[in-house]
Design a binder for this molecule. Structure first.
Ligand SMILES: Cc1cc2nc3c(=O)[nH]c(=O)nc-3n(C[C@H](O)[C@H](O)[C@H](O)COP(=O)(O)OP(=O)(O)OC[C@H]3O[C@@H](n4cnc5c(N)ncnc54)[C@H](O)[C@@H]3O)c2cc1C
Ligand SMILES: *[C@@H]1O[C@H](CO)[C@@H](O)[C@H](O)[C@H]1NC(C)=O
Ligand SMILES: CC(=O)N[C@H]1CO[C@H](CO)[C@@H](O)[C@@H]1O
Length: 418
């Protein structure tokens, strides 16, 4: 018995993206053993994977505590201290200000930089790359969960036991599907063209001079530009990169299973640039044109779930609450999920797993549900889509209510300090 008591509690985490690495930190820091199963073959290198994301103050604090060094995150990110909404008239290309909040307190990170920071600070033996989760079973007495994974290197199968299975396998979660087979993601009505322009060595180019003239606060400002039935996002990332997103209303694209990223052809990129030319100032179009390998994400979310744990299985991150990106919430929610899950497990211990997961669920669900629905609604405003009891948003004719709603600080549970 004494031996049993000394045995560490163990979690198997499926998915090694931001949710998986965050959760690995939250659980190792309370003395749990963790195994992270990630189907990708190797850690991402450089900035070829992903694009920009925003971190709120609380996420910054949590990440810094996991890294054990507050400087590291600061050094890998740029400030976003201004949240600004502008409007652009597609016909005249005239731009004007709608709102400006100078008390914004986020930081901008590249997905790959944030992932690398968190990943490199984990013990080397917790991560299993090239392991695709296949299935799980819960023991009859519910004391443990057995996970089966496929080694993609040689098609072998492995089985791992743990006290807890954490689903960090993203918005198309297979584990969630086991419990909610009928749940469907909801297409938002639009896709996001995204790209990161690398301007190292080109700081003095016409493109860069032009964009800095048109958007003088790049480097500390989160710019939203609202056109008629469309909007863009623009901000700078560390190491001479510009991150942009261009939302386009369109029917749901046909996408292959297991991915929300559509393959793009040269024709599609040309079409996108033509659309951009009709809508945005030439300085911004130039940035889009010169970006290598822009990609497109179909934007989905999901009505809030009623339950995010079952027996020894718990959902975190996009698996628990697929969301549209307009509130810059998905990373904040993910990091908070991990931190709260860690706190609940620490408080109740593995012997009271059910109570711990119940507390996690009752803490997180009310918050994430509201944030997902707000983000959905914000996207519909910015894309000029139909909303009940409200005129479609028109940047040329805004009401005070519109101007209030556009601002990031009006997200439910938004707080500058925590
Ligand atoms: C490569 C990548 C790049 C991204 N870039 C950006 C970005 O630039 N900006 C942004 O805002 N958001 C980005 N995201 C999304 C962002 O990480 C999430 O929206 C958010 O942070 C929540 O993350 P998550 O870990 O819950 O989900 P996700 O990031 O979707 O991660 C899910 C992970 O689970 C793994 N997985 C899924 N199924 C299995 C399985 N059966 N077995 C093993 N592993 C599995 C996937 O490979 C993936 O790594 C990116 C996600 C990925 C995977
Ligand atoms: C928008 O606001 C910024 C910052 O206050 C200001 O410098 C700029 O001149 C304004 N732009 C327009 C078109 O009014
Ligand atoms: C800036 C922001 O919205 N931060 C929020 C992240 O989420 C937690 C709760 O889930 C809020 O308390 C923070 O205010």
């Amino acid at each position: 018995m004494a031996d049993d008591q000394k045995k560490k509690a163990k979690a198997i985490i499926v998915g090694g993206s931001i949710a998986g690495v965050s959760c690995a930190h939250a659980l190792t820091s309370i003395g749990w053993e963790v195994a992270v199963l990630e189907k990708t073959g190797a850690p991402p290198t450089g900035s070829s994977t992903g694009a920009g994301l925003g971190l709120d103050p609380l996420s910054q604090t949590l990440i810094s505590s996991w890294l054990g060094n507050p400087q590291l995150l600061q050094q890998a990110t740029l400030p976003l201290t201004v949240d600004q909404n502008r409007a652009t008239d597609g016909a005249t290309k005239e731009s004007w200000n709608l709102t400006r909040d100078e008390e914004y307190n986020f930081r901008a990170a590249h997905w790959a930089d944030l992932h690398a920071l968190l990943y490199n600070a984990l013990p080397p033996d917790v991560f299993f790359w090239g392991h695709q989760f296949i299935s799980f079973s819960i023991s009859e007495d519910k004391s443990f969960v057995k996970v089966k994974a496929k080694l993609l290197r040689n098609d072998d199968f492995v089985e791992i036991d743990g006290d807890l299975l954490v689903a960090a396998d993203g918005c198309l979660s297979l584990i969630r599907q086991h419990f909610l087979p009928d749940l469907k993601l909801r297409y938002s009505g639009y896709c996001a063209w995204r790209g990161v322009l690398d301007f190292s060595g080109k700081e003095d180019s016409e493109t860069m001079k032009g964009i800095r003239r048109a958007y003088p606060d790049l480097g500390r400002c989160l710019y939203f530009d609202l056109g008629s039935g469309t909007h863009t996002v623009l901000y700078e990332l560390l190491n001479k990169r510009l991150n942009w997103i261009f939302y386009v209303n369109q029917p749901e694209p046909e996408i292959k299973r297991n991915s929300v990223t559509t393959k793009v052809s040269e024709e599609m990129i040309d079409e996108m640039i033509k659309e951009a030319e009709k809508t945005w100032v030439p300085e911004l179009v130039k940035v889009m044109k010169e970006t290598k390998d822009p990609f497109i994400n179909a934007i989905y979310d999901c009505d809030p779930l009623r339950q995010i744990y079952w027996d020894n299985v718990v959902l975190i991150g996009d698996a628990a609450h697929p969301t549209t990106p307009h509130g810059l919430r998905s990373t904040n929610m993910t990091i908070l999920d991990s931190a709260v899950l860690g706190k609940c497990l620490e408080k109740w211990g593995v012997e009271n797993l059910h109570t711990a997961l119940e507390e996690y669920q009752s803490t997180r669900l009310p918050v994430t549900s509201k944030q997902v629905l707000h983000s959905r609604w914000l996207g519909r405003i910015k894309q000029g889509l139909h909303l009940p009891n409200r005129e479609p948003f028109d940047p040329k004719n805004t009401s005070p209510e519109d101007l209030k709603d556009l601002q990031q600080k009006n997200m439910p549970f938004f707080a500058i300090n925590h």
